[in-house]
Design a protein around this ligand. Structure first.
Ligand code: 5GP
Length: 205
């Protein structure tokens, strides 16, 4: 894996998408994967930008022919990360970021043990509830269901190497940028980036 691979996972309402987009704005060397999904586009979403929106049949075909490095069913829809896209970024030595759920993050950790998993938590449970409420005119039952789903995801936090509590967006962006930076500076990555320097150091004088 020539570049650095970062996964970012969060329950809905934790502010993950804003956080990731702020980081991408700051860091020109990071590429965000555009996942494939079978869910319908939401208003304002564009095919190929937020997601590649595809039919279930095509998704299953891609999955069964090894087209995804990871995939998962989330809230009744399929989501997956393209193997070809990731291989292409690796080929160019680029650093990549995947915005995926905990099931996908687990698969990425197994396939790429040197990848770095980050979990983003909302500031508190009451703030999470406020955010889920603000999303529209949903019924109490829908809000309760979303809250339960978010809690279910949050219980996987211990599987991740890093945790960001998203209290304040600028601080959270700095924290995420720091994690990415630290991952880039790991010995194995520096060795790959500067092979001549390290081979010189390995020579006996
Ligand atoms: P949404 O449909 O609201 O954009 O995303 C729902 C959930 O699916 C989020 O937790 C998001 O991180 C996750 N997700 C998006 N793309 C992928 C993917 O490629 N793989 C996996 N495993 N999860 C994804």
């Amino acid at each position: 894996m020539p570049g650095t691979l970062i996964t970012v996972t969060a329950p809905s309402g934790a502010g993950k998408t804003t956080l990731v987009h702020e980081l991408l704005r700051r860091d020109a060397n990071l590429r965000l994967s555009v996942s494939y999904t079978t869910r319908a586009p939401r208003e304002g979403e564009k095919d190929g930008r937020e997601y590649h929106f595809i039919e279930t049949g095509r998704f299953l075909e891609m999955r069964d022919t090894g087209g995804f490095v990871e995939w998962a069913e989330v809230h009744g829809n399929y989501y997956g990360t393209s193997r070809d896209w990731l291989t292409e970024q690796f080929g160019k030595g680029l650093d990549t970021l995947l915005e995926i759920d905990w099931q996908g993050a687990r698969q990425v950790r197994e396939a790429f043990p040197e990848s770095v998993g980050v979990f983003v938590l909302p500031p508190s449970l009451s703030e999470l509830e406020n955010r889920l409420r603000k999303r529209g005119t949903d019924s109490e039952e829908t809000i309760a269901r979303r809250l339960q789903a978010a809690l279910g995801e949050m219980r996987h936090v211990q599987e991740f190497a890093y945790v960001i509590i998203n209290n304040c967006l600028p601080d959270a962006v700095t924290e995420l940028a720091t994690i990415v930076q630290a991952a880039r500076l790991r010995y194995a990555n520096q060795h790959k980036r500067h092979p001549h320097y390290f081979s010189f150091l390995a020579q006996d004088c």
